[in-house]
Design a protein around this ligand. Structure first.
Ligand code: THU
Length: 160
């Protein structure tokens, strides 16, 4: 047997320890919750994407009576960012939820896969900032590989 062990690194920051730029991004993610359309889950999510020219794009989850037709907050913000600003790099994405919870709002696998795609495209790590809904502290992953160590990448396709 060959055991494979992977380590990831996440850093927790209190609000006072954040840079002004990231503090602002956190506030924008909270603002983004207002746009959530989540009548089926009652689980509003907000995301804010920071681009290399310092533009901030907001996104929220958008649900549908045909459930799979809805989209998460992160991908709503990321797809808009890439569509409208294809030449800008994505520096960071902040995510928050309206509901009280003991947990950080870890993005789902599909959203992490999309972050991974853009990170590979731009060849520069994307900071992922998860905002604790109760404590207001944040968890920072410097690069998607710290949340999705085994992403599916385009190299897999070229090897077939
Ligand atoms: N959701 C997000 O917006 N982001 C995630 O990473 C996980 C889940 C949304 C989808 C759905 O509208 C609701 O949360 C419940 O799953």
């Amino acid at each position: 047997m060959n055991k494979i062990t992977v380590s990831v690194e996440l850093s927790e920051f209190s609000p006072g320890e954040m840079t002004p730029l990231y503090k602002d991004l956190v506030e924008k993610a909270k603002e983004a919750i207002k746009g959530s359309y989540s009548p089926y889950s009652n689980y509003p999510v907000g995301a804010a994407v920071l681009l290399s020219d310092n533009t901030i794009i907001l996104g929220s989850n958008q649900e549908n009576a045909a459930y799979p037709s809805g989209l998460c907050a992160e991908r709503t913000a990321l797809f808009y960012s890439s569509s409208q600003y294809p030449l800008e790099k994505i520096k960071a994405i902040a995510v928050t939820v309206a509901r009280s919870s003991e947990e950080y709002p870890f993005p789902c696998g599909s959203c992490l896969q999309v972050i991974s795609e853009y990170q590979s495209k731009q060849n520069h790590p994307i900071d992922i900032i998860l905002i604790h809904p109760d404590k207001d502290s944040v968890l920072l992953a410097k690069g998607v590989e710290n949340l999705l160590p085994f992403a599916f990448k385009k190299q897999h396709l070229s090897n077939t």
